[in-house]
Design a protein around this ligand. Structure first.
Ligand SMILES: Cc1ncc(COP(=O)(O)O)c(C=O)c1O
Length: 323
């Protein structure tokens, strides 16, 4: 994307991916472990450490090459269906079988109610939304340390299940590299899920205020992002070095998903909005952090079958259309 715009990739503010804006500097932490690159990986110590953080038995946990690999292992073994559409694009879209659900839900950002059920819980953003590593529900749980620690290039995720070996035996040998495994102890030492969730909630309020002050209709829930109803927002901001996620591939035309930035990112977003040739934003505003738009929310759950075609129409060639 940066190349297409003639911009330096390092200069982009990428709000199309929902990464922890308050994560430690993973590059600096990783630099201490470069010697590991000469060794084959052994996940035993990292598995024990993460299991301890999550308060689960290490025999129930497998480290994976991002949550994406965990999803792929479980989908290959048991298949399944989305609890509703739209839902995260990598979840299986069968006609029956185990029910998959992201919590908080991507794209609406809403946390599941205590009465809601699923067989596979994708908790990729759970820690950032709640301040707790996991809801500790039964069933199969998938997590993403690449979201929690803002390091999607590192590829670190996990899978928790009673019969985890059933899925683990599908995993290629040495799937998680030595560098992420060595780094895991440092990452966990710097982890502050409760502090991050509090900071993200405050930054989300600031983001909503900034957008509403400029006349945008915003829907915010529990996740480290908000939805904004403005067709063409992605195209208008991109030339100014700010990327947001167009939700058309979720079946939500005219809606953009904007990740919660830190204070510096918010300033950059404000400047980009002020310079951009924006579509008319004279729409009714609605959100005070939890409310929804006049005329109904931007996102409504529909049965997974009803909306399957729009959810599966994600452009597989674009990374931004998948996350
Ligand atoms: C709900 C959900 N689950 C899983 C993933 C994949 O995470 P990872 O980068 O750890 O593979 C994403 C990525 O956007 C996501 O949105």
């Amino acid at each position: 994307m940066a190349r297409a715009l003639g911009l330096d990739p390092g200069s982009l503010l990428d709000l199309s991916q929902n990464l922890n804006p308050f994560a430690p500097d993973v590059g600096a932490l990783a630099a201490r472990h470069l010697g590991e690159l000469r060794r084959y990986p052994d996940p035993a110590a990292g598995t024990r450490l993460l299991a301890e953080a999550l308060a689960v038995n290490p025999d129930r946990l497998v480290l994976t090459n991002g949550a994406a690999e965990a999803i792929s292992l479980v989908a290959a073994e048991i298949g399944g269906q989305a609890w509703a559409e739209p839902e995260f694009g990598l979840h299986p879209r069968g006609d029956a079988g185990p029910v998959w659900r992201s919590d908080p839900h991507n794209p609406s950002g809403r946390l599941a109610g205590s009465d809601e059920v699923a067989d596979v819980w994708d908790e990729a953003f759970y820690a950032l939304a709640t301040g707790r590593w996991t809801a500790g529900r039964g069933g199969i749980v998938i997590g993403s340390l690449t979201k929690t620690f803002a390091c999607p290039g590192l590829r670190l995720g996990y899978l928790v299940a009673d019969d985890v070996e059933r899925f683990a035996c599908r995993q290629p040998q040495w799937s998680v590299g030595s560098l992420p495994l060595a780094l895991l102890a440092d990452l966990l030492e710097h982890a502050d899920p409760a502090g991050w969730a509090t900071a993200i909630a405050a930054a989300r309020r600031d983001l909503v205020a900034l957008l509403e002050a400029r006349g945008f209709a915003v829907e915010a829930a529990d996740a480290p992002w908000v939805l904004v109803e403005t067709p063409g927002l992605r195209e208008a901001l991109a030339p100014h070095g700010v990327l947001v996620r167009d939700c058309a591939s979720f079946g939500l035309d005219g809606i953009a998903r904007v990740a919660v930035p830190d204070a510096g990112g918010l300033e950059r977003l404000a400047a980009a909005l002020d310079q951009a040739a924006l579509p008319d934003t004279d729409a009714p505003t609605s959100c005070n952090g939890t409310a929804s738009m006049e005329g109904g929310p931007m996102w409504q759950a529909s049965s997974s079958k009803e909306n399957q075609s729009s959810a599966s129409s994600a452009d597989p060639a674009t990374e931004a259309s998948r996350v």
